[in-house]
Unconditional design. Structure first.
Lengths: 336, 242
């Protein structure tokens, strides 16, 4: 009983964080809860759903890329595993959505576990390149194979009305709360993770591998386990993509762009902080969707990519801890 | 015997960094390891702690063969170490740094945190618990490393150049802390040092190394008078001309 209570506290409590962070999080939750009732445009709601989806992706990536400090540029493969597991199981056997989520996560985690062993022989940039290559190989395989639908992709059977078995809805409001629920699940998991023994070990390995080993941490194993968990978390968002877009192909769910966007979201927001993925997604996703659409309408295609790239470069060069790093610095100055 | 090193050899390519080193360390003893730059002190340390795989020889810890074990296995077996250059986790607070050490023996955060606080108190670091280590002076960082090593509950503690970069007052303070924790935690200490004053006052027995070989061992006062030790430090001509 005491253990269960402690576990619940670890999952839901932010008592170790300063007050302004807790208030900020409450305000954020309030905004996303009432959002579909404030914004009625379909485009606005779609932007919000995409924001929550990428915040969810970012949370998973933050484990390996932020807390773990291992730059992974292949998270899209895990998104793909989740999306394909859900789509194919629904098409083949009419399995309810919530049951397809589990094999998606298990497949992504298992694959991550297997490839992690050789990949963690590499460090830094070499590791990043290896993750990128593995993801690209999987994408090509999914295009090449027939049983995955190949390059044609997979179309999900359309259901009418509101269907909680296959999680298909005729209104974006349902999808909004659906992705919000998945996001919060992942968010509280990460909140538990960062305070767990593994969470601390992962950060110790990131900061100094020699010191971590001298404190009894198996550096190699810690990296492998962390990569495995991060892989499993990536699949959850993939499952959502399958039932939200109702059509998936390798170019939509496992492209290189997706891997890079997921990594960038966290890096811009603040890697290694629980708020980083949310802040990063809140900036990059609306920027992408509004600026891209507006500039496209002006026949100024490509300028949004330039602005995008500029933000990345400034952040990478001036503030490696992202926007969250800036916020923390300002706050420290004020309290001093 | 706490630690026995038998005929240890470590070669880097053609360079013999440790050639046929043998010594033993008794329970509760404070053994010092001295020698001029490049004598192979750190190599010997790294071989015992698992950072280097010895080319030959045996290392026994409490009778168990730990030759060629990984660093984390050595730590879990009961040998902790500090580093010559400070190796600290810069993005974790002082308390969290020490908690990582405590996690070696427990999976429970509350337990780890309680232990970390107790050790920080012992080290006189309670005021800095919430601070980040990189902003603190070198002396405090050295103490954090020490606290972290102790948190892994070792029976043998190996200190690599603990007094390097400290002023005489800070050196004196760290000696006091070391003596206090040695009694409290019933530790055996093995230390290398450049600062002669430190090692001569602290150690009960010293080993002298030069050019990868052990040249002598004995109580500090006796060893310091031996001709070959003076020779190793100051050169043959100085020793002869005295």
């Amino acid at each position: 009983m005491v253990r269960l209570r402690q576990l619940l506290i670890d999952i839901f409590s932010f008592r170790d964080r300063p007050r302004f962070e807790r208030i900020g999080f409450l305000i954020f939750i309030l905004i996303v809860l009432i959002f579909p009732w404030m914004v009625t445009s379909a485009y606005g709601r779609a932007v919000m759903i995409k924001f929550l989806l990428f915040a969810l992706f970012g949370l998973g990536w933050n484990l390996i890329g932020g807390y773990g400090g291992q730059v992974d540029l292949g998270q899209a493969k895990n998104v793909g595993f989740g999306a394909y597991a859900t789509a194919l199981m629904i098409v083949w056997w009419k399995v309810p959505f919530w049951i397809t989520v589990i094999p998606g996560i298990v497949i992504a985690a298992a694959e991550s576990f297997v490839v992690a062993y050789p990949m963690f022989r590499l460090k830094g940039h070499y590791f990043a390149i290896a993750t990128l290559c593995v993801a690209l190989v999987w994408k090509e395989l999914f295009i090449f194979w027939d049983w995955t639908g190949g390059a044609r992709g997979v179309e999900l059977p359309i259901r009418s009305g509101v269907d909680f078995v296959y999680m298909q809805f005729n209104s974006p409001i349902y999808y909004h709360y659906f992705i919000l629920f998945l996001f919060l699940m992942q968010f509280f998991f990460v909140n538990w993770f960062r305070k767990s023994k593994l969470g601390y070990e992962v950060q110790a390995v990131r900061d100094n591998e020699d010191a971590a080993a001298s404190l009894g941490i198996n550096v190699y194993r810690t990296k492998v386990i962390n990569y495995t968990i991060a892989g499993g978390l990536g699949a959850l968002g993939g499952s959502f993509m399958a039932v939200y877009y109702l059509y998936i192909d390798p170019d939509a769910v496992m492209p290189l762009d997706l891997s890079i966007l997921i990594a960038m979201t966290v890096m811009v927001g603040g890697a290694g902080s629980i708020w980083g993925p949310i802040i990063g997604a809140a900036i990059l996703i609306p920027l992408d969707m509004y600026l891209g659409a507006w500039l496209g309408a002006q026949k100024r295609l490509g300028i949004d990519f330039m602005i995008y790239a500029m933000i990345m470069m400034v952040i990478a060069a001036k503030e490696p801890k992202g926007i969250w790093g800036i916020i923390e610095r300002v706050r420290k100055k004020r309290t001093r | 015997m706490m630690l026995e090193v038998k005929n240890l050899v470590k070669e880097f390519g053609g360079l013999v960094a440790n050639g046929d080193i043998s010594f033993a360390l008794r329970q509760g003893e404070i053994l010092g390891l001295i020698g001029p730059n490049g004598a192979g002190k750190s190599t010997l340390f790294n071989c015992i702690a698992g950072y280097y795989k010895p080319t030959g020889g045996e290392i026994l810890f409490e009778g168990k063969d730990i030759t060629g074990w990984s660093p984390h296995q050595v730590t879990r077996e009961g040998i902790a170490r500090t580093f010559q250059g400070i190796k600290i986790m810069p993005n974790l607070t002082v308390e969290e740094n020490v908690m990582i050490g405590a996690f070696c023996r427990t999976g429970d955060r509350q337990v780890a945190q309680k232990e970390a606080r107790g050790i920080l108190d012992l080290m006189g670091l309670t005021g800095e618990a919430e601070a980040f280590p990189t902003g603190l002076p070198i002396a405090a960082q050295k103490r954090i490393e020490l606290a972290r090593a102790i948190a892994t509950k070792p029976r043998l503690l190996m200190l690599d150049e603990m007094a390097a970069g400290l002023n005489p007052l800070e050196t004196k303070e760290i000696i006091q802390i070391l003596q206090k924790i040695k009694e409290e935690k019933k530790l055996t200490l093995f230390l290398t040092e450049h600062v002669m004053e430190f090692i001569m006052t602290v150690s009960e027995r010293v080993i002298v190394m030069a050019a990868g070989k052990k040249i002598t061992e004995g109580p500090p006062v006796e060893v310091a008078r031996q001709e070959k030790v003076i020779e190793a430090y100051l050169g043959e001509r100085y020793a002869k001309g005295r």
